[in-house]
Write a protein that binds this ligand. Structure first.
Ligand SMILES: NS(=O)(=O)c1ccc(C(=O)NCc2c(F)c(F)c(F)c(F)c2F)cc1
Ligand SMILES: [Zn+2]
Length: 260
């Protein structure tokens, strides 16, 4: 496919050349301004049924580190909130910054977090495949969770301990039985708005659900993500995987709604 990345030559500011939707009317991420979000009492709680978790593998796709799930049935779904149907969990991945600097994609009143976790789901009731859902206006639901630095996260080590196995682009290793419920904050209060994939092809197919409460991870744990490489094992350049985030995009009249 078309090459893109996060560098000067191939980064977010030039994605529009190969992906004109980059300048569309519902692009993500955005800056969320809590005081301008409209509280919507019809917005129920989100419900995560991740109990029969079916993680398969963890892999370095050259842009992030991704944990993939078996999405051939409805064992791991998100529902409720702004969603009309249950959406099936397909994968989760992270975006992060360089040492000490910020790396989240969404910002809150102009403030960014050290990192952001995205749990990617698709509507398997309405669409026959992830690919089909990914091009439909309501096909995907991504749950965004902010990561701030502080104490060690009790469960993140299960992921960071596996990162040395997927150092290079296109490397993959088994990663079974991981339940991402352990990565949730205590509150599921959220903001929601209609948006897009934050990486090419930037399809405007995502119902975003961004949790208000961040989880805490240590600088040491976050540092392990930075030992990943954008580059493949055979490439002579070793480019550290960091700052793999797209900056906030214009709201273009969209409404951000807030659960209570
Ligand atoms: N950062 S994020 O907004 O959460 C995000 C989530 C998923 C994807 C993704 O699946 N990309 C590959 C991909 C597509 F972009 C498709 F459109 C498609 F059909 C695929 F099958 C596919 F794997 C990209 C960004
Ligand atoms: Zn993402």
């Amino acid at each position: 496919g078309k090459h893109w990345g996060y560098g000067k030559e191939d980064g977010p500011s030039i994605w529009h050349k190969n992906f004109p939707v980059a300048q569309g009317s519902r692009q993500s991420p955005i800056d969320i301004v809590p005081l301008q979000a409209s509280h919507d009492s019809s917005l129920g709680p989100i419900v995560l049924n991740y109990d029969h978790c079916t993680s398969l593998n963890i892999y370095n796709n050259g842009h992030s580190v991704v944990v993939e799930f078996d999405d051939t049935d409805d064992r791991s779904v998100i529902q409720g909130g702004p969603l009309d149907n249950p959406y099936r969990l397909k994968q989760f991945h992270f975006h992060w910054g360089g040492k000490g600097c910020h790396g989240s994609e969404h910002t809150v009143a102009g403030n960014s977090y050290a990192s952001e976790l995205h749990l990617v789901h698709w509507d398997a009731i309405k669409y026959r495949s992830f690919g089909e859902a990914a091009t439909a206006s309501d096909g995907l639901a991504v749950l965004g969770i902010f990561l701030e630095t502080g104490d060690d996260h009790r469960w993140l080590h299960t992921i960071t301990d596996a990162l040395y196995m997927v150092k290079y682009k296109a490397s993959v290793t088994d990663f079974k039985g991981f339940n991402p419920k352990c990565l949730l904050p205590s509150s599921l209060h959220y903001w929601t708005y209609p948006g897009s994939l934050t990486t090419p092809p930037l399809h405007e197919s995502v119902i975003w659900i961004v949790l208000k409460e961040p989880i805490t991870v240590s600088e040491k744990q976050l540092g392990k993500f930075r030992m990943l490489l954008f580059s493949g094992e055979e490439e002579d350049q070793r480019i550290r995987m960091e700052n793999n985030f797209r900056p906030p995009q214009p709201l273009k009249g969209r409404k951000v709604r807030s659960s209570n």
